[in-house]
Write a protein that binds this ligand. Structure first.
Ligand SMILES: [Zn+2]
Length: 355
């Protein structure tokens, strides 16, 4: 289905084979992320299957759901249920999308019976196994539910005695746990990708199509969620916020200076708040400015990730500039009025040679 539609988009109805200039996934991205907003039917299909999992966990009652729950879940939540071999094709299909489901799933704790203590999101904004990785590693029963843990008055069996550092973590965790109380009611799933907590197919679809790029995980953000890593930029040791990566870091500054010089801006933007005024200065920039900004940000973000996660540092600050132009060219192909954009690209390339 998707391949037919993608072929149609590039070839039209004629039989002559043409090149597919952009990957289909890029076209299928939502419009606000530079795609064409086409629906990727395979992904949408998965999203609609997730809807079944949402309904199963919600406790909603109808003959079909009750039957499935009795047959496959036996009083557990979807995530608690271990994969089994001999199951119907329908169930297999549904279980294959459970990883998509779990990416947006959180719980409001009532009885705690449906919630996995370490793996689910229920007390903090991330699973406790990520907040307290050392404790999780030495914990004997990693699948324990919140209800079971509460029953044991939060006394976990650890494989070895707690080190000094573990003990500090443990005290901190217990300090939070004593505020938890359980009730007799059924736990309520909360959909984390929507503000109101209710599942929508659109929220999951957009999230999967953009790879979650709207949620930039800078080091500072990870630390505020208790990730034990350095909150400093790996390059310049400043505090690493999203704005630092895209505007403050020396690599970013060099790239913005190049753009400032080409378009005659008075100053480089120091953050999203004064980016708008820079863009407004040149009239042609208004039309294609968004593509430019997206390209710069994407190039800087990729550079940062390559350095942080793969230890690959760029040899020359011109590299993110070249990447920026590369993304702009790629996007220009999809832009309805690409003349301005192509003109900007030409100017930017010109500015690069006298750099
Ligand atoms: Zn930096």
């Amino acid at each position: 289905m998707d391949s037919i539609r993608s072929r149609f988009f590039w070839q039209g109805v004629g039989n002559k084979k043409k090149y597919h200039m952009v990957r289909w996934e890029h076209l299928a991205r939502p419009k606000q992320f530079g795609g064409m907003g086409f629906i990727d039917t395979r992904a949408m299909n998965k999203v609609l299957l997730v809807k079944w999992l949402v309904r199963l966990d919600s406790g909603e009652s109808n003959i079909c759901l009750d039957l499935l729950r009795r047959k496959y879940l036996g009083g557990n939540s979807v995530a608690q249920q271990k994969k089994r071999g001999n199951v119907s094709q329908f169930w297999q299909g549904v279980m294959n999308v459970s990883s998509w489901y779990e990416q947006g799933l959180g719980w409001k704790c009532e009885s705690g019976a449906l919630i996995r203590f370490w793996e689910d999101v229920w007390m903090e904004e991330c699973p406790l196994k990520l907040c307290y990785p050392n404790l999780y590693t030495i914990c004997q029963n990693k699948n324990i539910s919140v209800a079971e843990a509460f029953e044991k008055a939060w006394n976990f069996d650890f494989r070895r005695g707690l080190s000094k550092r573990d003990l500090a973590d443990w005290r901190e965790l217990v300090g939070k746990l004593i505020k938890v109380s359980v009730t007799k009611k059924r736990d309520t799933p909360i959909w984390k990708l929507e503000k109101l907590g209710k599942f929508t197919a659109k929220s999951l679809y957009d999230y999967k199509m953009t790879g979650g790029v709207d949620k930039i995980q800078s080091a500072e953000q990870l630390v505020s969620r208790k990730w034990k890593g350095a909150p400093l930029c790996k390059l310049c040791k400043e505090r690493e916020t999203g704005e630092h990566i895209l505007f403050g870091c020396p690599v970013a500054v060099v790239v913005w200076c190049w753009i400032r010089d080409v378009f005659g801006w008075e100053a480089i933007p120091s953050g999203f708040h004064n980016l708008q005024s820079s863009l407004g200065e040149t009239s042609t920039m208004r039309a294609s400015g968004l593509v430019l900004v997206a390209s710069v940000c994407w190039a800087l973000w990729k550079t940062r990730n390559n350095w942080v996660f793969n230890n690959k540092l760029i040899s020359n600050p011109k590299i993110p500039a070249y990447q920026t132009i590369g993304y702009m060219k790629q996007w220009a192909k999809m832009h309805p009025k690409s003349e301005n954009l192509l003109e900007d690209i030409k100017q930017l390339m010109g500015g690069m040679s006298c750099w």
